[in-house]
Design a protein around this ligand. Structure first.
Ligand code: SAH
Length: 409
């Protein structure tokens, strides 16, 4: 078996069950592992540490499959991991047709994202167990290991869920770091419909798994959309970076008086408008602005517009550590104007999905924005992704989405 031996004392993070082996921790490689091949990782003194997937092109040179010396990596391994992940979601996630079924490292499958959509059918409540043909699984393979085991993973997914349809959305630039090309296409079953309707918290959304962002929908914001729905009654709401209207529809469902939404993607806004119709909401309550959020926030402020609830859910401003300073300025900019747009007692839901900006730094940035805006802002709640995006205690890097719910005095 191909074996990777670490430099002295480089075994510490693996002993704490952190699942990555960096190139600079490796002393020598015995054998010639192909990309994605399983390697044994040993400490300098020869002790077994883990079985891992070999990523020769990446600085993250190996990703751990298992810390158990007696657990081989084979078809049965992937079946077990997928079944465990599904059982966790079945027990924990309710009231939605959009679930993150596999969240990479946290589900013991590093580099794999799987979302599971179930088409809405008014006569049947959403049930992960027996969606069958109404289901659509969407995968992103982002590391050499899961790429090498793609067939086994697809079999495990269809077997565990009973859903025959699997589509790949590996059109993500991160694959470059693994020496992999971007790719999309049907992996099993039927081609996905042009658009499917899924329900979440009683709201119907169009999801286009082929052309939408990521896997089609921002599944991670489910609980936060529910909170916005709860707090929107009779309020004037502003939703910035609205995409297909996730938070906007939640606010409309929650009884918002009026919802103004901004996004620079005309295509996303077209879907958002279809979503209003699909839910039978009065289109008069919703205004959609196809525009740059930075400029529009300032313009709304200058025009004297004010809101009771503002959502800021921008794209990842810091794709990596080098971008943190510029991203911090961008977060501060929108949060500053977002806070100024609130009436007294107004609520700000503000997020960052940049992995390179941790919760502490994000809070500092928002605090700086409040100081510059000269408003007293109180944190009511710290926010994050839903329970289908678990966070391994050994792997804090998994926490990419963080948010704050603030109230102005
Ligand atoms: N809140 C959404 C997801 C937001 S994704 C949901 O719950 O579904 C981020 C969105 O920001 C994308 O739709 C993208 O088109 C939009 N965007 C990116 N840069 C922008 C800018 N400068 N101004 C306005 N929208 C922008």
């Amino acid at each position: 078996m191909n074996t990777v031996t670490l430099k002295p004392s480089k075994e510490k993070s693996l002993l704490r069950r952190h699942p990555w082996v960096y190139a600079n921790a490796i002393d020598r490689v015995d054998g010639k592992p192909a990309p994605g091949a399983t390697v044994l990782v040993r400490a300098h003194d020869g002790r077994f540490l883990a079985r891992a997937a070999w990523s020769p092109h990446s600085q993250i040179r190996a990703r751990v499959w298992s810390f158990d010396e007696n657990e081989p990596v084979d078809h049965a391994f992937f079946k077990r991991r997928v079944q465990r992940a599904l059982a966790h979601r079945q027990a924990m996630v309710r009231g939605t047709g959009a679930v993150r079924l596999i969240f990479g490292e946290a589900d013991g499958l590093p580099g794999l994202i799987v979302d599971y959509y179930i088409a809405d059918d008014a006569t049947n409540p959403v049930a992960l167990a027996d969606a069958g043909k109404r289901g659509q699984i969407v995968c992103q393979f982002m590391a050499a290991g899961v790429e090498a085991w793609k067939d086994a993973i697809v079999q495990a997914l269809t077997g565990a869920t009973g859903c025959p349809n699997v589509y790949e959305r590996s059109d993500v630039s991160i694959r470059q770091k693994e020496g992999l090309d971007q790719t999309t296409g049907v992996l099993a079953g039927d081609a996905p419909p042009e658009t499917m309707i899924v329900s979440e918290n009683g709201v119907r959304y169009h999801v286009d798994v082929r052309n939408g962002h990521k896997t089609g929908f921002y599944v991670d914001q489910r609980d936060n959309r529910a909170l916005v729905q709860d707090l929107s009654n009779d309020r004037d709401v502003l939703n910035c970076f609205c995409y297909t209207g996730g938070f906007s529809l939640a606010a409309l469902k929650g009884g918002a008086k009026r919802v103004v939404s901004i996004d620079s993607s005309g295509e996303a806004l077209a879907v958002a408008k279809q979503n209003v119709a699909a839910n039978g909401f009065d289109a008069q309550r919703a205004t959609w602005l196809d525009a740059d959020a930075f400029k529009t926030l300032r313009r709304l402020y200058d025009d004297g517009e004010r809101f009771d609830l503002v959502v800021l859910d921008p794209p990842k401003f810091a794709p990596s550590r080098e971008h943190v300073d510029r991203a911090a300025r961008a977060y501060k900019d929108i949060n500053l104007t977002g806070l100024k747009l609130l009436r007294p007692g107004g609520l700000l839901f503000t997020y960052s999905c940049s992995g390179a900006i941790d919760a502490e730094l994000f809070q500092k940035i928002v605090a700086g924005a409040a100081a510059d805006a000269r408003v007293d802002a109180r944190i009511l709640k710290r926010l994050g992704a839903g329970v289908d995006h678990p966070l391994l205690t050994a792997f804090p890097e998994g926490e990419y989405l963080k948010g704050l719910l603030l109230q102005t005095a």
